[in-house]
Design a binder for this molecule. Structure first.
Ligand code: IPD
Length: 273
C-alpha cells in the first residue's frame, strides 16, 4: 500500500541516465576485463562501477528494498528472490560487445514486487535506445509506444538467440541443434550479443521471438515486462510459466508462435540460480 511505483521510476530513470553516460563515454576505450564462469564470460570495471552507482543510490532512497545484481552475485553472493520489492540489475548486458565496441550493450533494470515486475528499463546509451515499461501502462522506446509484431507463422518469424557464454560440450550440442532447427524452419536468425536487447527487439516488433538457455534473472527481468507490455508473451522455453531462477527464457510476439518454437526446441536445463 505504501508502494509508489511512479516515485521508484522517477528515481531509477535518473540513475540509469547517469549510468548510461558512463557506459557511452567508455565504449571506445580500453577495458580492464575479468572473467566470471569462464574466459568468454566477462566483467569490466564499468560493470562494477555502474552496479555500485545504482545500488548505493537506490538503497539510500529505498532502504527496505532488496537487490539482485550481476556483479554482486559474481562475488559469490547467493541469488535470493523474495516477495519484498527487489531491484534486479545487469549494469552492462552485452559485456562482450562492450569490450569489442560492438554497439549493442545496455543497462537492464527491473523492479519486482511479490516476484512480479512493476518497472522494466533496457537502455543502450551507445545507440540511444531507451526501452521502458511500467506494469499496466504499455511499453515505450524513447517515449514512443511500441508493440510486438503479432506474427504467428514460424516460417515468417525472425528469431533471436545467443550462442552462450560457455564452451561446455553438452550445452554447445544443444545450442547447435537448436540453431540448425531454427534456421531450417524460421525466416531468419539473429544474435545481438545481449539477452536484454534481443528481448527488446521482440517488444519493438523488429524480431518475432527470442529464446535462450543459460541466462540469469538480471538478463531477462526487464525484458519480460517490456515484451508483455508491448503485447507479447513470455514463458519458459517449454511453454510453462517463466521462472526467473531457472535460467531459461522464451519471448514471442504471439502465443501461437511461442507454442511453435517451444515444440521445435531441444530443451536444456542449466543448474538453477
Ligand atoms: C550475457 C549476454 C549474452 C547472453 C548471456 C548473458 P552479460 O550477459 O546477454 O548475450 O548470451 O546469457 O549472460 O554477461 O553481458 O551481462
Amino acid at each position: 500500500s505504501e508502494f509508489d511505483v511512479k516515485r521508484c521510476y522517477d528515481v531509477v530513470i535518473k540513475l540509469v541516465d547517469e549510468a548510461g553516460n558512463i557506459i557511452a563515454s567508455r565504449n571506445d576505450q580500453q577495458k580492464t576485463i575479468s572473467e566470471k564462469s569462464c574466459d568468454v564470460d566477462l566483467l569490466t570495471e564499468t560493470d562494477q562501477e555502474v552496479e555500485t552507482l545504482l545500488i548505493s543510490n537506490l538503497s539510500k532512497e529505498f532502504p527496505t528494498h532488496r537487490f539482485i545484481g550481476e556483479e554482486e552475485t559474481s562475488e559469490g553472493k547467493k541469488v535470493e528472490l523474495t516477495d519484498l520489492p527487489t531491484w534486479i540489475i545487469d549494469p552492462v548486458d552485452g559485456t562482450m560487445n562492450f569490450v569489442h565496441t560492438f554497439p549493442h550493450s545496455c543497462i537492464s533494470v527491473a523492479l519486482l514486487v511479490n516476484k512480479d515486475p512493476q518497472i522494466g528499463i533496457i537502455y543502450n546509451p551507445i545507440l540511444n535506445q531507451k526501452f521502458t515499461a511500467i506494469k499496466g501502462e504499455g511499453a515505450f522506446l524513447n517515449g514512443r509506444r511500441i508493440k510486438v509484431s503479432g506474427q504467428t507463422d514460424l516460417g515468417k518469424a525472425l528469431i533471436t538467440t545467443e550462442f552462450g557464454t560457455t564452451r561446455d560440450t553438452e550445452k554447445l550440442d544443444v545450442t547447435m541443434d537448436n540453431l540448425r532447427k531454427t534456421i531450417e524452419s524460421a525466416h531468419g536468425i539473429r544474435a545481438l550479443g545481449s539477452a536484454a536487447l534481443n528481448m527488446a527487439m521482440v517488444a519493438l516488433g523488429a524480431a518475432d521471438c527470442n529464446y535462450e538457455f543459460g541466462i540469469h534473472a538480471w538478463d531477462i527481468a526487464a525484458g519480460d515486462l517490456i515484451v508483455r507490455e508491448a503485447g507479447g508473451v513470455t514463458s519458459d522455453p517449454t511453454g510453462q510459466p517463466l521462472d526467473f531462477m531457472a535460467r531459461r527464457v522464451l519471448a514471442a510476439s504471439s502465443p501461437e508462435l511461442a507454442n511453435k518454437v517451444a515444440n521445435l526446441l531441444t530443451q536444456y536445463y542449466p543448474p538453477r540460480d
